[in-house]
Ligand binder design. Sequence first.
Ligand code: ME8
Length: 511
Amino acid sequence: MKPTFYITTPIYYVNGAPHIGHAYTSIASDVLARFKRLDGYDVFFLTGTDEHGQKVEKAAAAAGLDPQRFTDQIAADFRDMAEKMGISFDDFIRTTEDRHKVSCAELWRRIAAADQIYLGHYEGWYAVRDEAFYDEGELVTRPDGSKAAPSGAPVEWVREPSYFFRLSAWQDRLLRFYDENPDFIAPPGRRNEVVSFVRSGLRDLSVSRTSFRWGIPVPGDPAHVMYVWLDALTNYVTACGFPDPAAPRWHFWPADLHVIGKDILRFHAVYWPAFLMAAGLPVPKRVTSNGWWTVEGEKMSKSLGNVIAPRELVATYGLDQVRYFLLREKPFGGDGTLSHQALVTRINVELANDLGNLAQRTLALIARNCEGKLPERGAPTAEDAALLDASAALPALLRERLDRQAFHEALDEAWKVIRAANAYIDHQAPWALRKTDPARMAAVLRVLADALRVVATVLQPFMPGSMASMLDQLGVPADARMLAALAQPLPGGIALPAPSGVFPRYVEQAA
Ligand code: ME8
């Protein structure tokens, strides 16, 4: 039996079109899902849309559509974005689906049956943009004197009957849980934030609303709809078939990894485990949160008109180029800025020159001087062995980096080998060996082909299309592209297809 790996993206609010921030979180999750599949895991990769709540209801009203029609349209657009970004999801969940309503109602009943929900009255601040309640002490004062959420979102004073979840009762259990599971929250700096938030004291959480209708009714009290975050977080168990213990995907629960942005860590690392513990369900193994993208150094916003549409970016630079850039340019947990110049530099230097040229030179020399057939392996020299050993170490290095969601470090390891291979080809100069020592030329080209095979294999999760093309050109059969297959060398003498460039240079359009 293969080991299982369950990974999720956040489910995105359908209040507007997808932007590059959404695409980023999904691409990062996709790289991990693909890497685990390559490493022999049975992967379940979930993405989807968060469709209830006041924020979506307001966006629908502003568009002059009823919420269901509005969410149908925008959810379809998010699904299209995921497909265009190469997101290899196994399921796309929408919180307006019946399976999810059944799941939420049952989770509520279990929490209520454990006496963890009571009826009361909420009075306090609410930010619709964040769909979050805030204490007075958390608010910031804007230059115009108005109050805002720490995120900058406007807040309104809300007074309404509400059910509460006894979050305060879970403080000690949560602290013990973080203590016993030091890897639950990543990166480590964010773990400290969560722990000090919980240590500072938890208040019971309002988990229902009565002032609007666009949500899942509270079981037994349809005047209330569930708080959108209780509804949204539940998506992760719905997709496993909750509450049916015989559902084909129930064995994937608990999730191995929830990939989210730093803005929604509190919901995933505090509220979600508390809800699950209260319902008697296992809690996820890890929550990892990514940092923020700005554009040319500025925050993305509709008013600045600098919101980057992922599909347009891909049309300009290419899909694998964008995927590579986003994961290489900044550490996953940190912030970074998306700039045209940085993108072009990485595309032209790292992809077109370092990797693309290396493959093109190697494959063109094989096509020209080895009758287009993969050379046999020769007896390795010390230089050959150094490059082969460095490339053979890559799968384990990437596995370790990616288990920490250190994407840029994983790519850096691959590029160390690519740079070593470039130094090797320059030093060995196989083109000069053609006349003097053709057997050695063939052996050198084979070393390069073997190193490139490893590089292309481990980079498949990052750049699936380009690496498939590179593996085709290296003669690697479709069933020999898993990490485990690297132990088996390709037979010499197989005919290779005519080489063709994988990474074109980005050329500035004339103004
Ligand atoms: O929060 N840079 O949905 P959402 C990097 N529905 N990542 C960004 C980003 C940026 N500038 N902007 C957004 C929600 N993101 C809830 C989630 S999950 C049960 C419910 C990413 O549409 C980041 O991962 O506001 C963030 O957490 C997510 O998009 C928020 O998407």
